[in-house]
Design a protein. Structure first.
Length: 333
């Protein structure tokens, strides 16, 4: 599957108001951006954690956030400043429905903010998928993607898609280019598993990006290009040995690892458990051990957590296969 979109789509969609729902609840998954060697161009979705959006239609044409759960009061309720509501408003304006459709939103965060697991992306994708479902699915996922990218721009100042693309499309995605957005879904080997540990330390995304060098050596660039190409080839061939050899980062990890306590100790522990590779999820501080099967991943995260605990660092762990579905409508309770 390939999308190649230069701008927000043009042309009003015909909405069948008989299909408009009264309420909907949507779950959207967390994501592991970069996939170790593919900075800003690779990412994959996991089964859990993720975020939920409950959306209810109301008589007054407006977009309101009633409540946000699980954020410790850190996210804005102002509908123009919260990425969920801002993107919903953007989509309704685009569809020329802002004067005829009103919704109330409740957002439930099931993942930590600033974890390196695509927290803002999951919320944005859940909100856009919810409003699209409420309206009877007038837009395809590909047509929703530019709105998701705008949500990332609102959240962190940079409209990258390595989180929102897998969160919306599911699976593993490659962002070949941004001008225009050119997105490719890659095959997912059946036994690929991610063991994720979130050390509860603060590594703001903006700070992590500022550490990245603007210029790199040609030698390092060639190594990184070879690793990305090898990883893609390994995914297509389900060649776990090639995947393991390729998932190494010589450009971003050396600088970002400075911000993550015990990073190299965690890496040594994970590799000793027989995982395919180990690195930083997104901008961190979450780290990911990618393995063939769950046994090695579970062993790695258990041992890493024990190590962090011994050093007085609290952490959370998640072990998941790659989520092929992306967002989904869940039953209302």
């Amino acid at each position: 599957m390939l999308t190649n979109q230069n701008s927000l789509m043009e042309g009003k969609k015909n909405i069948d108001f008989a299909k408009v729902k009264q309420e909907v609840r949507v779950f959207a998954p967390a994501t592991v951006a970069n996939m170790i060697c593919g900075f800003d161009i690779l990412g994959f979705a996991v089964d859990f954690p993720g975020d939920e959006v409950f959306m209810r239609r109301v008589a007054k044409p407006s977009v309101t956030i009633l409540a946000i759960h699980g954020d410790d009061g850190r996210l804005p309720l102002d509908p123009d400043k919260n990425t969920v509501s801002a993107c919903v408003k953007m989509l309704l304006n685009h569809l020329e429905l802002a004067d005829s459709i009103g919704v109330e939103i409740e957002l439930t965060k099931h993942m930590p903010i600033g974890s390196g697991l695509g927290s803002s992306s999951a919320s944005t994708v859940a909100g856009l998928f919810a409003i699209n479902s409420l309206l009877g699915d007038p837009l395809s996922k590909e047509e929703l993607m530019p709105f998701c990218v705008e949500g990332e721009r609102l959240a962190c100042g940079h409209g990258h898609a390595d989180n929102v693309a897998p969160a919306l499309m599911g699976g593993i995605t490659l962002i070949r280019g941004y001008e225009p957005l050119d997105m490719i879904s890659l095959p997912v080997p059946e036994d690929l598993v991610a063991g994720i540990v979130f050390p509860q330390v603060d590594v703001p995304t903006r700070d992590a990006r500022q550490l990245i060098k603007e210029k790199v050596s040609l030698k390092d660039a060639v190594v990184q290009w070879g690793n990305i190409a090898g990883l893609v080839a390994g995914l297509y061939r389900s060649d776990y040995d090639l995947i393991s050899r390729s998932m190494h980062d010589v450009l971003i990890e050396p600088t970002r690892a400075i911000l993550i306590p015990e990073f190299y100790a965690m890496k040594e522990i994970a590799l000793s458990c027989g995982v395919l590779s180990f690195g930083i999820s997104g901008s961190g501080p979450s780290v990911v051990a990618i393995s063939r099967g769950k046994e090695a991943a579970q062993q790695a995260v258990d041992k890493i957590q024990a190590h962090l605990n011994a050093h007085g660092i609290e952490s959370l762990q998640f072990v998941s296969s790659v989520n092929a579905q992306g967002p989904k409508v869940i039953n209302l309770k």
